[in-house]
Design a protein. Structure first.
Length: 422
């Protein structure tokens, strides 16, 4: 062997040893970083296992979920032409969602609402409102979690919209007593998936509550709920008005999906699911294990940090390391959910305050000068750093509002302009 060859081999061996040392160092460092990220979560007392985030069971006699599932089954098995009644209701609700709906479309929707199967389903919704809890039987330990957490989502939204349309029909017919009974039951239906601790069920809940909330506000223009019904609504709004739901949801999302996404068996699926460039996606396929562990640690720190921030905090400003491709890919979704959740809280609080104002007016015949006059605790505006909701009296009623946000999606104030029919 020539001296030049031996020199080349020695240099190669040194380089190889240096690379191996760097690899071992980064591997150990990534393990420590991941261990520290988990340790920080444990110190905060955050849930670490499925058992800690899965909602507790509800006794059958107190569980509204089976009645909701039966209502969905009734609508799914009944036929309307070539489609199921559930799908026909969905199309009819969409067609009549604006003021430009044709009379024939409205008449078609009313005929669907009048069908015995639809009335049976709505009666099940009314019956479910008498039960204390709601928990769907879901196998949270299943491999295909997307399918599990997305179950009943579309069907519940259709059922909520159909019930809201029936409330409006009863309102127009002057049957305020039955309209309020169904409106209260529909708000309860809208919260059916609230206890499920992942993002998708919470987004479904937010959409359904928004729909039910708008119906309640419209019904208030013509008639007020009874004292018992008002108490039910206020109790449901108070249960919805909890910032802790955001932390519970993010903890559940981390426990259910985070660890699975970084599992070596799922890494390619994780990379493929992100909005990455082709070059970034191809690079991630070649990443060594320590890069994924660094990314996993960054993801855990982000989830920990975001869940304790105020609901109106700008999540986009959260620091994400350059190498944390997956963690960076989660930030836009977290931003969107946080803004929607804050808007949800603001709408709920506006409705809660508006009902208190209407109750005061019904009792004293005049609008209260301030929200403090009719509420023992005035709700804060989630978008105004602890300031109270804004309230002022108009010529025909009142307005209670939040300043809203100037984010990409929400650009207008969130308000309830209430002008009851005299």
């Amino acid at each position: 062997m020539s001296p030049r060859t031996r020199k080349t081999l020695r240099i190669g061996a040194v380089i190889l040893a240096a690379v191996a040392a760097v690899y071992v160092f980064l591997t150990v460092w990534s393990m420590i970083a991941l261990h520290n990220a988990y340790a920080a979560l444990k110190r905060d007392g955050r849930p670490m296992t499925l058992a800690e985030v899965v909602p507790p069971p509800v006794p059958d006699a107190e569980n509204a979920a089976p009645l909701y599932e039966e209502a969905i089954r009734v609508l799914s098995t009944a036929k309307e032409g070539d489609e199921t009644l559930l799908k026909s209701l969905s199309f009819a609700v969409i067609e009549t969602a604006n003021s430009f709906a044709k009379p024939a479309e409205v008449a078609h929707l009313n005929s669907l609402l009048a069908r015995p199967e639809t009335q049976e389903a709505l009666n099940l919704v009314l019956k479910a409102n008498e039960r204390k809890g709601c928990r769907f039987e879901l196998n949270y330990g299943a491999q295909n979690l997307i399918e599990i957490v997305g179950s009943h989502a579309t069907e519940l939204q259709v059922l909520v919209k159909a019930a809201n349309r029936e409330v409006k029909r009863l309102d127009a017919a002057g049957d305020f007593s039955n309209a309020w009974r169904l409106a209260v039951a529909t708000m309860r239906l809208a919260t059916a998936k609230r206890n499920e601790p992942t993002l998708l069920p919470q987004l479904v809940c937010i959409a359904c509550v928004y729909s039910a909330d708008q119906t309640i506000r419209q019904l208030c223009m013509h008639a007020l709920p009874s004292q018992h019904e008002r108490l039910q609504i206020v109790t449901m709004l108070a249960n919805l008005d909890q910032s802790s739901v955001l932390q519970r949801t993010l903890d559940g999302e981390r426990v259910f999906f985070g660890d699975r996404c970084f599992d070596p068996k799922n890494r390619q699926c994780t990379a493929a699911s992100l909005d990455l460039s082709i070059r970034q996606r191809e690079a991630s396929y070649l990443w060594p294990d320590f890069m994924w562990r660094f990314d996993h640690a960054a993801y855990l720190r982000i989830m920990q940090q975001v869940s304790v921030q105020a609901v109106d905090a700008d999540i986009a400003k959260v620091h994400v390391p350059w190498h944390a491709i997956f963690a960076r890919g989660t930030v836009p979704g977290l931003c969107s959910f946080s803004k929607q959740f804050a808007a949800h809280l603001a709408r709920v609080r506006c409705t809660e305050a508006g009902l208190a104002v209407l109750g005061y007016h019904a009792e004293y015949g005049a609008w209260p000068e301030t929200l403090a006059t009719c509420m023992s605790q005035v709700p804060n505006d989630p978008f105004a750093a602890g300031q109270a909701l804004h309230y002022h009296i108009t010529d025909k009623g009142f307005v209670v509002s939040s300043v809203g946000t100037t984010g990409n999606k929400w650009k207008t104030e969130i308000a309830w302009k209430c002008e009851p029919v005299q």
